[in-house]
Write a protein that binds this ligand. Structure first.
Ligand SMILES: [Mg+2]
Length: 267
């Protein structure tokens, strides 16, 4: 049976602090050698993914901004997928809400709850670079949002009031490693489920493997056959929500590599 791998990036394939994937090289090479598809499932933007994909020689689809859209290289599947839009060489499937709409909803929710928030859209490239420990160019790419706004809350104690207001706005929220996110009704799980369907149509029965490290990964870890949580301080809390989850023995890309190799029977 063909394996298909779905993976979060920050804190999973990429080191939480340095954003390096170097320690995952052994597994990435094995995936390339065997032609196993691996699909980034991330809160990052398309602009950020394009840089990373060029670096990694990645040719498979990718899911951006917490499941808001899937970008399939045009003609990747030998059949057409209903509802896709052709854009810049991709067939794009969109589940998310437009960025401008989400920014307005966040501003209203912040006002009504009295909870002070700072979104990427309120920050300069320099401020995002500083907050995330990113090079300036990466911060510029991270700010090119299409469907999801990452934000920080000034007083953690006010978070529940903000969440109530976001609910009233009928928008969704989640938390990644550093940031809160406001997004449309999409989540990573919906997007991964669809991709699994298309892979099964294309390849026959597949074994889907998912790797992630945060709350915003649980939705897709719950829909894959083999869910893996990275070794973090919150893993014990998060594992309660994912039946049958494996916990990686090491954090970040080193743990990613070891788990992927073991699951492929190449460890
Ligand atoms: Mg992560």
């Amino acid at each position: 049976m063909t394996s298909v791998i779905f993976t979060d990036l920050d804190g999973t394939l990429l080191d939480h602090h340095t954003y390096s994937w170097e320690a995952a090289r052994p597994a990435l090479e094995e995936l390339a050698r065997r032609g196993v598809p691996w699909i980034p499932v991330t809160s990052k933007t398309r602009a950020e993914l394009e840089v990373l994909r060029a670096e990694l020689g990645h040719t498979h689809p990718f899911i951006v901004e917490n499941g808001a859209a899937a970008f399939l290289p045009h003609g990747y599947f030998p059949f057409s997928i209903p509802g896709t839009v052709r854009r810049d060489g991709y067939d794009v499937v969109e589940w998310g809400r437009p960025y401008a709409y989400l920014r307005q909803a966040l501003r209203r929710a912040a006002q009504h709850s009295g909870c002070e928030v700072t979104g990427f859209g309120d920050m300069t490239d320099e401020e995002v670079a500083e907050t995330c420990g990113l090079p300036l160019e990466s911060a510029r790419l991270a700010r090119q949002r299409e469907y999801d706004e990452p934000f920080l809350i000034r007083e953690a104690g006010q978070a529940s009031r903000l969440v109530d207001e976001l609910r009233r706005e009928a928008v969704h929220w989640t938390r990644g490693g550093r940031f809160w996110h406001i997004c449309g009704p999409a989540d990573k799980g919906v997007a991964v489920k669809e991709l699994c369907r298309w892979y099964a149509l294309h390849l026959g029965p597949i074994r889907s493997i998912g790797l992630g490290d945060s709350l915003n990964d649980l939705s897709f870890l719950r829909v894959v056959d083999v869910p893996v949580l990275m070794a973090t301080a919150q893993a014990d809390e998060l594992r309660k929500d994912v039946p049958g989850v494996r916990i990686a023995r090491l954090p970040g890309p080193a743990g990613w590599s070891a788990e992927v190799l073991e699951l492929l029977g190449a460890g």
